[in-house]
Design a protein around this ligand. Structure first.
Ligand SMILES: *Cc1c(COP(=O)(O)O)cnc(C)c1O
Length: 765
């Protein structure tokens, strides 16, 4: 494959297009390169060159005219900086200096050490020079292509005409039908030709981790700091099941973050393990914080085992695995070293569910806060697992996920992960017809972040998020002076050393974790039980807070429930990731451009104007007034916000949201036993009024905040009666505000006598 054709050469020289001999020589080089099918980009000044390079990640080689800097010391420094920046963005990029032999001695070592070589414009012939450049681009492009994807593309090209399986044979089957043709045209030929549902020997095997596929996984392991990496083509939902099935057997105890994804509950059912829950903190906004540090200790875990009726008489040694969600859904990150230390001797396996956090290892601001980070002087760690949805925050197709295993610091060789045995669990959950495009995207997602590019890409997300946070901060401050309101961000209000957030330098906020720490001495986060350096807020996960709850947790006189703001933003094409009662989360991921965050700010202003003017709902939410004219016609946006807020306020929603997770319900059955009842039809579908005292057969997860309030097998007991109150409040809210129904997994909504009624499956007793 001629990969180099996709990678233009950038020439930065003021002689370009000039009529002197150097100008003519450059012109000839350009002509020769174009004859070789290499594209050329030109820039006459350093600044222009810099802009071109930064905006064109496909540049495959840079030729930089050293003479551009001969004139002043300042320009010399600029050239040094440009060479350094070019290399920082991509340390494999071939960089050549255009100069004459005479000048070489003046080139400082700092530049010398960065360049690939020199090009003597006046001494060598243009076709010789063009040949050398083309070779460099070819070499660069060839090495840039990651192992699996490269072979996949080559294979698809080679077998263009001799196609065999799968059934659609490179898309040709679709061409035989009208609707099939629409599909073919929409997805394009390459998508279909590279869709190989059979194992092609050239591409290696996912099940055996062999060939270029194995090579790709090993490359990812190296990039993510793991000892073994497994590509998973069915999301982190499956990655979690693979890990649990590979490590846990029936009856084993597993420490499970209560703030866990559904797939963790499914894993517990499949393995028939017995969960011992670790309970995270919440604040008055309903934002979920970390599990307090002291929960990761022998004493606390022993107590939890002793207090749990299902594990009475069991020992710490029965704990085989521990799972922690990192980052949390609200972007709270753990110091993983402190978690590891706390759990020393408590479990053989420690699993961080990093579904939203695959980028951590590529930017130093996240150092010490992800599963595979190598903490200083580590010995005798549990086996570390990370499950990451590559598709969520790196660039890969949906369902692209990875399992990373790190066991280099496990002292007992018998405790290390035997790849062949662990692979049994991997195969149990892997289709024999995996999607090769997903695998290709995992390979590419990895290479995108290697050679220094990841730091730049993630750095860009962080700086975009910081810019947005600062902007919002200053707007709010400005308006507050006039006693006017605006949204705020949930973030440290003062930088370290008591500097105001708005006055802290961007560069510091973008690069230093200390500015984002959840300092126990500061109140902005609203969490108890933190210790120094333990938790940090991820700057790219931006929680925007609307008025409604006072900092002490009481409900303010007026407020704007976030569901309303979210609906408003959605009509503007701005879709929040997650909505809490008075806050919502926006992700500043790699796809976010400056324009996109600008339009978010514009949409927030638009909301404020519409709210302040109490615009008629007919204008703001035409679909809503069309669907429910009796309920909403004649109301304004502010009227609706007021009514919703008063609904929450009268019931003291903020307090209930915080309290609902305080006492975990008593477990009566394991999740697996409760699930058995579901399959055997030994369950009753009950309205909330009849749930008291019964055992939940399913997991109930209200969104917001998206963390289970009841797990299968747990009893709706008196101590946790607030759970039923909470669900009743949601039920009432849904009835009172049609069109703004909350989402509750595990709840069946039925109409009884014309009223919306929540129902939950309980185990028949
Ligand atoms: C999304 C998510 C998963 C599941 O990942 P998929 O790739 O969607 O299957 C697992 N754990 C957590 C914490 C998640 O947020």
């Amino acid at each position: 494959m001629d990969w180099y054709k996709d990678f233009p050469v950038l020439i930065i020289s003021d002689h370009l297009g000039g009529s002197n001999s150097l100008g003519r020589a450059l012109d000839q080089i350009k002509t020769e390169l174009e004859k070789l099918d290499v594209k050329v980009l030109g820039a006459n000044t350093l600044e222009d060159g810099r802009i071109t390079y930064f905006s064109r990640p496909d540049v495959g080689c840079v030729l930089l005219d050293w003479d551009l800097c001969e004139k002043t010391e300042k320009s010399r420094q600029k050239i040094e900086r440009l060479s350094q920046e070019a290399k920082e963005r991509n340390f494999k990029i071939p960089l050549y200096l255009l100069t004459s032999r005479l000048n070489v001695e003046q080139i400082p070592l700092t530049v010398d050490s960065l360049v690939h070589g020199y090009i003597w414009l006046s001494e060598d012939t243009p076709d010789f020079i063009a040949g050398r450049i083309m070779e460099a681009v070819e070499h660069y492009a060839d090495h840039l292509m990651p192992p699996f994807f490269k072979t996949l593309v080559e294979y698809a090209e080679k077998f263009k005409y001799a196609w065999h399986t799968p059934g659609h044979t490179g898309g040709t089957a679709f061409l035989k039908s009208p609707v099939g043709r629409v599909l073919f045209n929409f997805y394009g030929e390459n998508t279909l030709r590279s869709d190989l549902s059979i194992s092609v020997p050239e591409l290696g095997s996912l099940m055996e981790h062999s060939g270029v596929l194995g090579e790709a996984e090993r490359n990812s392991a190296q990039a993510f700091g793991a000892d073994q990496t497994y590509y998973v083509t069915n999301g982190t939902s499956t990655a979690n099941k693979i890990i649990l099935c590979g490590r846990v057997t029936p009856g084993d105890l597993v420490l499970v973050d209560r703030n866990c994804h559904k797939s963790m509950m499914h894993s517990l059912i499949m393995t028939r393990a017995v969960p011992v829950y670790l309970n995270p903190t919440r604040n008055y906004q309903g934002i979920i914080g970390p599990i307090p540090a002291d929960e990761f200790s022998k004493a606390s875990i022993n107590k939890r085992i002793k207090d749990n009726p299902l594990t009475k008489g069991r020992k710490l040694a029965d704990v085989k695995h521990a799972v922690v969600t990192n980052s949390t859904y609200d972007g709270v990150l753990y110091h993983t070293g402190q978690v590891k230390d706390g759990l020393k001797g408590c479990t053989a396996g420690l699993h961080f569910d990093e579904a939203w956090y695959a980028y951590a290892c590529f930017h130093p601001i996240y150092d010490e806060r992800y599963a595979t980070f190598d903490h200083n002087g580590e010995t005798d760690t549990p086996v570390l697992f990370a499950s990451q949805s590559t598709h969520k925050l790196l660039a890969a197709f949906s369902q692209a996920s990875m399992v990373h295993v790190k066991d280099r610091h496990v002292s007992d060789p018998k405790q290390k992960v035997d790849p062949a045995r662990f692979n049994e669990a991997f195969m149990m959950h892997t289709s024999t017809s995996p999607q090769y495009s997903i695998i290709g995207s995992l390979d590419v997602a990895t290479r995108m972040m290697q050679d220094g590019r990841g730091k730049v890409l993630i750095g860009d997300c962080i700086s975009e998020a910081v810019a947005f946070r600062k902007k919002l901060y200053s707007v709010e401050k400005e308006l507050a002076k006039k006693k006017d309101w605006f949204f705020t961000c949930w973030q440290p209000s003062k930088g370290k050393g008591k500097k105001d957030f708005g006055d802290t330098a961007d560069h510091d906020l973008e690069n230093q974790a200390k500015y984002w720490e959840l300092d126990p001495a500061q109140g902005w986060h609203g969490f108890d039980g933190l210790s120094k350096g333990y938790a940090m807020l991820d700057p790219i996960k931006v929680t925007i807070v609307a008025p409604g709850i006072n900092p002490d947790g009481s409900m303010a006189e007026t407020g704007i429930p976030a569901a309303l703001v979210a609906s408003f933003l959605e009509t503007d094409g701005v879709v929040p990731e997650k909505t809490n009662i008075y806050s919502f989360l926006m992700l500043f991921s790699m796809g976010v451009t400056r324009g996109k965050s600008g339009s978010l700010l514009a949409a927030l202003f638009e909301f404020k104007r519409s709210y302040d003017a109490n615009l008629p709902l007919e204008q703001v939410f035409p679909n809503l007034t069309r669907d429910y004219p009796e309920r909403y016609l004649g109301m304004g946006l502010k009227d609706l916000a007021d009514e919703m807020h008063q609904h929450y306020r009268a019931r003291n929603m903020a307090k209930i949201v915080k309290k609902v997770y305080d006492t975990l319900p008593e477990p009566a059955l394991t999740p697996a036993q409760a699930y058995d009842a579901v399959v055997r039809d030994q369950v009753d579908l009950l309205p909330l009024s009849e749930l008291k005292g019964r055992v939940a057969a399913v997991m109930v997860v209200p969104y917001p905040p998206g963390i289970p309030i009841v797990m299968p097998g747990e009893r709706f007991d008196a101590a946790s009666s607030v759970i039923i109150d909470y669900l009743s409040m949601m039920e009432e809210f849904d009835g009172a505000f049609p069109g703004f129904e909350s989402e509750n997994h595990g709840v069946e909504v039925r109409r009884v006598d014309g009223q919306l009624r929540y129902h939950v499956y309980a185990v028949r007793e």
